[in-house]
Design a protein around this ligand. Structure first.
Ligand code: BTN
Length: 333
C-alpha cells in the first residue's frame, strides 16, 4: 500500500527531489517503510534516483497500465473513469464489466487490462490481446435513453478514439465503416459494444463499450493471417507510445462523448465521423452470407448507416454487417 502512496507523491513531484523525511512526514510512515517502498518500485521498473542530502526523485516510469499510472495522466472527468479497475490479466474487460453490472457497479466504471486471455471481437471473433502490447479498455454506461438511440454510439466512439490516438501519438487514424480504426491501410483498433435490456419492458439496463488498440506490437507479434490486416502505433509511427497516456486520453474522450450523448449534442461527432470515414466515396464489397456484391459507398446517414449505390443505380442504406474496402486489409480484387 505504501508503495502506491509513495509513487503518487514522487509523481506529483516528478523531476524534483523529495527527502525521505519529507515523504515519511507527509505519508505518516517510517523512513524504513519509505526505503522499502522505493525498493519495491524499482523492482517494478521505476527509475528512482536517490541522493544523500536531497532524497528521492522519479526519473522514469515503466509502461504499466496501473490505476496510479493512468490517474497520474488523467485530466478532469465527469463520469467515465470515476471508478477504474485495472488488471494485469483478465479474460475480457467487456466480460468483467458484464459481471460487475449484475452487482450494480456505478455508471461510468472503466476496466483496463494489460492482457486479455479471452479478448472478444465482433461477430463472435476473438481479439488478440497479448501482455504489454495494447490497451484493452471497456466502459460501462447507463444512459437514460432507448436502446435504439444507441445504434450509432459505436461509430461515435470510433471518432472519440481517433481523437485520443491523435492527441497522444500525433497521427489521426481513419474509420472503416462501421467502427474499425485504420492506420496505414491496416486495422489499428476495434470496438465491441454490448447492450443489456430488460426482458419485459425492453428498457436499456447498460451498455458496455470495449476498445482494443494495438500500441507496441511489432510485425512479429501478429500471427501470419493478420499480417496484411493488423498494425500498431509502434509500427506506423516508429515511436514508443505510453499506453497509460493513451488509456487516460481514451477515458477522457469517452467521458466527453458520454456528456455529449446525455446533452443531445452529437452533431460534432457526426460531422467528424463523415470526415474520418474512409469508406465513403470508395468501392466496397458487401458481404451477405455467401453473396458478395460490389457497390459504391456514397455517405452515411444520421444514424451512421452506410449509404450505397448498386451497379444498377439503386440506392440502399446498410445498417449492420461488414463491408470490404478495396485496398484495405489485403482486399485488392
Ligand atoms: C473487433 O474489432 O472485432 C472488436 C474488438 C474489440 C476488442 C476490445 S478489447 C477491450 C474489450 N474487451 C473485449 O473482450 N473486447 C473489447
Amino acid at each position: 500500500m505504501s508503495k502506491d502512496t509513495v509513487l503518487k507523491l514522487l509523481q506529483a513531484n516528478v523531476g524534483h527531489f523529495i527527502s525521505g523525511e519529507g515523504i515519511s512526514g507527509e505519508l505518516g510512515i517510517t523512513r524504513a517503510a519509505v526505503w522499502k517502498a522505493v525498493s519495491a518500485l524499482r523492482r517494478d521498473g521505476y527509475a528512482i534516483e536517490a541522493r544523500k542530502s536531497q532524497g528521492y526523485r522519479l526519473m522514469d516510469a515503466p509502461d504499466r497500465l496501473s490505476e496510479t499510472e493512468i490517474r497520474a495522466k488523467l485530466g478532469e472527468i465527469k463520469l467515465v473513469g470515476r471508478k477504474l479497475c485495472c488488471f494485469e490479466r483478465i479474460d475480457s474487460t467487456n466480460a468483467y464489466l458484464k459481471r460487475a453490472a449484475s452487482e450494480g457497479v456505478v455508471d461510468g466504471t472503466v476496466a483496463v487490462a494489460d492482457e486479455q486471455t479471452g479478448g472478444r471481437g465482433r461477430r463472435g471473433r476473438s481479439f488478440l490481446s497479448p501482455a504489454g502490447k495494447g490497451v484493452y479498455l471497456s466502459a460501462l454506461l447507463r444512459p437514460p435513453v432507448e436502446p435504439n438511440h444507441l445504434l450509432p454510439i459505436t461509430g461515435f466512439c470510433g471518432v472519440a478514439m481517433c481523437n485520443a490516438v491523435e492527441r497522444v501519438a500525433g497521427v489521426r487514424p481513419q474509420i472503416k465503416w462501421a467502427n474499425d480504426l485504420v492506420l496505414g491501410g491496416k486495422k489499428l483498433a476495434g470496438i465491441l459494444t454490448e447492450l443489456s435490456m430488460e426482458g419485459e419492458s425492453g428498457a436499456l439496463q447498460y451498455v458496455i463499450i470495449g476498445i482494443g488498440v494495438n500500441v507496441a506490437h511489432t510485425p512479429e507479434d501478429f500471427p501470419a493471417e493478420l499480417g496484411d490486416i493488423a498494425t500498431s502505433l509502434a509500427i506506423e509511427t516508429g515511436q514508443s507510445i505510453s499506453r497509460a497516456a493513451l488509456a487516460a486520453a481514451m477515458i477522457e474522450e469517452l467521458d466527453a462523448l458520454y456528456m455529449a450523448l446525455l446533452r443531445h449534442r452529437m452533431q460534432p461527432y457526426l460531422d467528424a465521423y463523415r470526415r474520418d470515414c474512409l469508406t465513403i466515396g470508395r468501392e466496397v464489397q458487401l458481404l451477405w452470407e455467401d453473396v458478395h456484391e460490389k457497390v459504391l459507398a456514397t455517405g452515411v446517414d444520421d444514424e451512421l448507416g452506410l449509404e450505397v449505390m448498386r451497379q444498377n443505380g439503386t440506392k440502399e442504406v446498410i445498417r449492420t454487417g461488414e463491408v470490404s474496402v478495396r485496398g484495405l486489409y489485403g482486399y485488392v480484387e
